[in-house]
Design a protein around this ligand. Structure first.
Ligand code: EPZ
Length: 420
């Protein structure tokens, strides 16, 4: 298992190209199951999650080629049940259920367990499938949805913390080949959902309202192959922007969609981070001392939960008190104890973390617990005095393409080593 050794204290400087969005590419790869024809997806990041999804599609019977950021899938003949272990290992693969149900009228996958950031049930996904007329059975660790025919229907997908991203994606993909019209209310508005709909419409689907809480799907007979370039990863971009600010550096993020990042850029601006935009490039730097800001994570276009940990790392370096409240996942503060190991002063009160910032951090061995927590530890390590060893970076590799290489290109003293 690899870990990262980071010698802190070097301001990041230079340009970094932002990869395609992990959370857009996973459902888009699943959507290729909806047609027998070839689909070509470009700007696909080289991530372990993407490789996993490719394995799952191949396991289902699709022909899959992944090369230099392009994925080519031809799902001529497929089976309706995913490999137990493969699906169980990656939560995101739950989004093969909608396309399998939509195309084959039957889908069986292993029930995704909870994960370290929360229970993460799929009741809303299943509610959507049942609204289209599917029968859902949970048995021996599997969940099966089946229907003689699927019929368009209205469905409300709002849950305890608002909308569901993959739930919205799954129900859309089950409804595109259903008979009649489906109207999803309280749909997720994330840019990744919009990107999926752009791809589906390119395949011949009839979907309107993506990006708003009301999405209308008019079922069609069949879908054809299509080509698509994935949107840039707004969370990867946010991570590098925060790392630039945390190290007193100046970094240009190339190939971003700033209009997908309003909430993060607004908070960075309020904290006193300097941000300038030129087309699809954003330059992020510092204007002296930062100010503490309070953050509450919300569904899009609110502050993304996937940037909460990274923002907390920045607030540990900022003199004053900031309150960070997590409203999406019930246990997404695993990074707090590890940031404390680096010398941060953070107290958890229910859904909030009270950060008393400004104390210099000092390097230490820390343990990554999940994808975004590991990004926060890397940012803290880049700003800390001395050497930080971030262990279990396989978490990071799930969602960040060649992070150590990109950081080294920005001047960071970081290397990947075998964990000791
Ligand atoms: C997606 O997960 C992302 N993953 C997550 O990113 C992201 O944190 C999350 O959306 C929220 O933005 C992918 O796209 C692969 P949800 P998803 O369903 O769709 C509750 C990362 O770091 N809920 O929107 O699984 C749920 O428990 C990852 O890249 C139900 O109660 O998240 C949570 O509290 C982590 N019932 C809330 O809704 C359901 O049926 C939002 O979850 C579904 C969800």
């Amino acid at each position: 298992m690899d870990s990262l050794l980071i010698k802190g204290g070097t301001p990041l400087r230079g340009e970094v190209t932002i990869s395609g969005a992990k959370n857009a590419v996973l459902p888009i790869m699943a959507a290729t199951l909806l047609t027998q024809e070839t689909c070509v997806i470009r700007r696909v990041p080289d991530l372990s999650d993407v490789r996993f999804m490719a394995q799952i599609l191949a396991w289902l019977g699709a022909e899959v080629h992944v090369k230099n950021g392009t994925v080519r899938v031809t799902a001529k003949k497929i089976k309706g049940s995913g490999d137990y272990d493969l699906v169980r290992k990656m939560r995101g693969s739950i989004c093969i259920m909608g396309p399998l149900l939509g195309r084959l009228r039957k889908a069986t996958v292993s029930l995704p367990g909870g994960c370290i950031i929360g229970a993460r049930p799929i009741n809303l996904h299943l509610k959507g499938f049942e609204a289209l007329g599917a029968k859902v059975v949970i048995d021996s660790g599997y969940v099966e949805a089946s229907a003689k025919k699927l019929k368009g229907a209205p469905v409300f997908l709002g849950g305890r913390s608002g909308s569901t991203v993959l739930g919205t994606a799954n129900v859309i993909m089950a409804a595109v080949l259903a008979e009649g019209v489906t109207v999803i209310e309280s749909a997720a508005c994330e840019p990744e959902v919009v990107d999926l709909v752009t791809f589906l419409n390119a395949m011949g689907a009839k979907i309107t309202g993506a990006g708003s809480p009301t999405i209308t799907i008019t079922g069609v007979e069949r879908l054809h192959g299509a080509e698509h370039e994935v949107i840039p990863d707004r969370i990867e971009a946010a991570t590098y922007a925060i790392a630039a600010a945390a190290t007193h550096g100046e970094v240009t993020l190339r190939g971003v969609r700033p209009e997908h990042m309003h909430a993060v850029l607004d908070k960075l601006n309020m904290a006193g981070v300097k941000i300038s935009r030129e087309g699809t490039n954003l330059t992020v730097g510092r204007n002296g001392r930062l100010k503490p800001v309070d953050i509450t994570t919300l569904p899009y276009s609110g502050f993304p939960t996937d940037a909460q940990a990274q923002m907390m790392a920045l607030m540990t370096l900022t003199p004053g008190i900031s309150i960070i409240t997590e409203r999406i996942f019930e246990s997404r503060f695993m990074h707090v104890s590890e940031l404390t190991r680096l010398g941060a002063d953070i107290e958890i009160e229910g859904p909030s973390a009270i950060v008393k910032g400004g104390k210099p951090l000092s390097g230490a061995p820390v343990m990554a617990s999940d994808l975004r927590a590991s990004a926060a530890l890397v940012i803290a390590g880049l700003a800390a005095r001395g050497t930080t060893q971030v262990n279990r970076v396989y978490h990071l590799d799930r969602g960040y393409e060649s992070m150590d290489l990109k950081l080294r290109q920005l001047g960071a003293r970081i290397e990947r080593v075998e964990e000791t």
